[in-house]
Design a protein. Structure first.
Ligand code: FAD
Lengths: 259, 377
């Protein structure tokens, strides 16, 4: 089974996050990583590959530094990578990203396309659906468990009120949640092996996409401004002097309209 | 870092250390719980065999890189790093002195990532004075019969194999021999865990040998070569401890520096006071010189040059630095540093043993002086 994983390079959620002058997320000037939520997609792909004797190709769209997302996937065990790199991509919205991904993915003729459930930076959880639409393939989102038997895929989706099991046939697009597995760490041997694995770099031209179809100018939405979340304020300390603590707590909660 | 791979490796180790080790350390130390699962994870990731040849199933990394990995792990959880270093020490004799047959039989398992090795040299009456070892391996028609008690054996009850040193004759120089002992061999048992001051997650026990039969094929090197094997392993082991101590010092420094910027007295962060800044600066200088010292010794080793004196210097400098820096960290945290709510006091307790094991720092000075004076003659 040939599996393509769409993996995004995002700013490390534990570090400082910044915006560029054009209000797009700065992915170059900050520490970045393979999106944590996409690690689940890579892991799921590796497990399916190992069970079906298949192949895993990782596709990423992003600036030069985004290659790190491909590299991390290769270190985890993916077989090869595709990096779509073109200056005109900067500022692309979900619709444009899904177009680029669709073109890059379809060249691979995959049986299964795996995505994470959302990105941890500017994320709307819509790329898998858009990708399915563009590729004319069925899609199942938010899989918590995936079982593959030949061309049949059984997917468990855990909702708030109910759990459903969906059966689909390949080719198929699937997004997986952070419940479906425990992503592995790369091994040292994996790190060494990754250096020798092929990574294809493609431009928009290679994919037959015109520069004006994507990028900030083609985006359907635009970020006009942003405000940083206020830093945490000092908070109120309740000291329990001769048993008055409980009363103080209650009046604090009342004053804040928490109770 | 000498190579891209090494830089990637350290990145991976940092990730594992922050996500899997650091969050568990304080609790496991308080509960004296040996984290066997952590060694499985490190093994799967290939971190338990980094300095061994690739042909033997190792990572083929120079000591310079292996030690920095060890330091990263020590910063997150020093007991784990020390046990990793002990595993390296315990595997090194097979890699270096094993016959081709022995290496082929045993090394893949030892370095495969699922096994943990222990180092059984010390005895109740033979600490600094290794020549006082009383555990005997008596040769008979079928092999050896071992009787005796080993003391202070790190992760003894959790080990899959032991590098054992036992007396095969009373010859002063060539009285000891080395053996590879597989856990579960009949006659091997363990004492109760020592009630230690620190590093409680690393179980330390006696290992008792009662009529333990070992085939001759499990002897490493020649009969009588034990002392040479023990000492050659210890030179490298001391570098391991130096790296662990440096990582521990770094952890204490990071904690103290962060605390100093948060804690306010006299209306401002205590980090504003020059008196405290100088404490922090001295701590940083101590950690940095410890690191430079072990790296310089490691580079000698990697270049195939003699490094025994430099290994002892590194062990001495780095562990004394760790003791000083962790003590100062408690000072920087004030009363809070003296409580178990912060890891500063734990770091201080952990630092103390660094000055004691793998040759006390008095013994290191002896080694240094001896080599120095031999050269001066
Ligand atoms: C937590 C822990 C883990 C350990 N793990 C292992 C292990 O895995 N395997 C193993 O084999 N051993 C292990 N050891 C043993 C350790 O290596 C010994 O404790 C160490 O070598 C010191 O021996 P001793 O405790 O008998 O002290 P002694 O040798 O009795 O020393 C007592 C004091 O006398 C000093 N002294 C001794 N001789 C001289 C001299 N000639 N000149 C000046 N001063 C001297 C020493 O420096 C020390 O201050 C471990 C010990 C500890 C505490």
């Amino acid at each position: 089974m040939k599996i393509v994983v769409c993996a995004k390079y995002v700013p490390d959620a534990t570090g400082d996050r910044k915006f560029n002058a054009d209000n797009t997320v700065d992915r170059v000037g900050v520490d970045g990583v393979l999106s944590e939520l996409d690690e689940y997609a890579v892991e799921e792909a590796l497990q399916i590959r190992d069970a079906t004797d298949g192949e895993v190709v990782v596709v990423t769209v992003g600036p030069e530094v985004a290659r790190a997302a491909v590299l991390k996937s290769l270190q985890m065990g993916a077989d090869s990578g595709v990096h779509v790199l073109d200056e005109a991509i900067h500022g692309s919205d979900s619709a444009a990203t899904s177009l680029i991904l669709a073109r890059a993915v379809e060249r691979q003729r995959p049986d299964l396309v795996l995505c994470g459930m959302a990105s941890t930076d500017g994320g709307m959880s819509v790329v898998p659906a858009m990708l399915a639409e563009r590729l004319g393939l069925p899609q199942v989102t938010f899989a918590s468990e995936v079982v593959v038997e030949d061309t049949t895929v059984r997917i468990r989706r855990d909702g708030d009120a109910a759990t459903e099991v969906i059966e689909a046939t390949t080719p198929l697009i699937l997004s997986v949640t952070d419940q479906c597995n425990e992503p592995r760490y790369p091994s040292f041997k994996g790190i060494m092996a990754a250096k020798k694995k092929p990574v294809e770099t493609l431009t928009l031209g290679d994919l037959g996409i015109a520069a004006d179809q994507v990028g900030l100018d083609a985006a359907w939405t635009r970020v006009d401004g942003f405000t940083e979340r206020l830093p945490k304020s000092a908070g109120t300390v309740v000291t329990d002097d001769n048993g008055s603590g409980a009363d103080q707590l209650v009046s604090f909660l009342v004053s804040q309209k928490f109770v | 870092m000498p190579t891209d791979e090494a830089a990637e490796l350290v990145k991976l180790v940092r990730e594992i250390a922050t996500e899997q080790l650091a969050p568990r350390a304080s609790e496991a130390e308080a509960a004296a719980q040996f984290p066997r699962d952590v060694f499985h994870l490190l093994g799967q990731t290939g971190l338990m065999s980094l300095p061994f040849d690739e042909a033997d199933g190792g990572g083929g990394q120079p000591y310079e890189v292996y030690l920095q990995v060890l330091e990263e792990i020590a910063t997150a959880w020093v007991s784990v790093a020390v046990d990793m270093s002990v595993h390296t020490l315990s595997s090194s004799a097979m890699a270096r002195f094993g016959t081709p047959d022995q290496r082929e039989t045993w090394l893949p398992g030892m370095l495969g990532g699922s096994q943990l090795g222990a180092y059984a040299l010390s005895e109740p009456q033979a600490g600094s004075d290794v020549s006082a070892i009383a555990t005997r391996a008596v040769r008979d028609a079928d092999g050896y019969v071992v009787n005796g008690t080993k003391a202070w054996i790190s992760h003894g009850p959790h080990a899959d194999f032991f590098l054992l040193f036992a007396r095969t004759s009373d010859d002063a120089k060539r009285g000891l021999s080395a053996f590879h002992v597989i856990a579960g061999t009949p006659g091997v048992s363990f004492g109760a865990p020592e009630k230690k001051m620190g590093m409680t997650a690393s179980t330390t026990t006696q290992v008792i040998f009662e009529d333990v039969r070992l085939p001759v094929e499990l002897r490493l090197g020649d009969e009588g070569q034990g002392m040479a094997i023990a000492l050659s392993a210890l030179d490298s082991g001391r570098l391991g401890i130096a790296a662990c101590a440096t990582g521990l010092g770094q952890a204490a420094l990071d904690l103290a520096a962060a605390y100093a910027t948060q804690r306010r007295q006299f209306g401002r962060p205590i980090a504003d006071f020059q008196g405290l800044q100088f404490v922090l600066a001295d701590m940083a200088a101590a950690v940095e010189s410890a690191r430079a010292t072990y790296l310089s010794a490691a580079r000698l080793r990697d270049a195939g040059r003699p490094f025994s004196r430099q290994a002892s210097i590194a062990k001495l400098v780095a562990t004394d630095a760790a003791m000083k820096v962790t003590t100062d960290a408690v000072q920087v945290l004030g009363g809070y540093g003296y409580t178990r709510d912060f890891p500063a006091e734990r770091y201080m307790r952990e630092a103390k043993v660094m000055q004691i094991f793998e040759g006390t720092n008095q013994i290191q000075r002896m080694v240094i002086a001896r080599s120095l004076l031999r050269e001066a003659q």
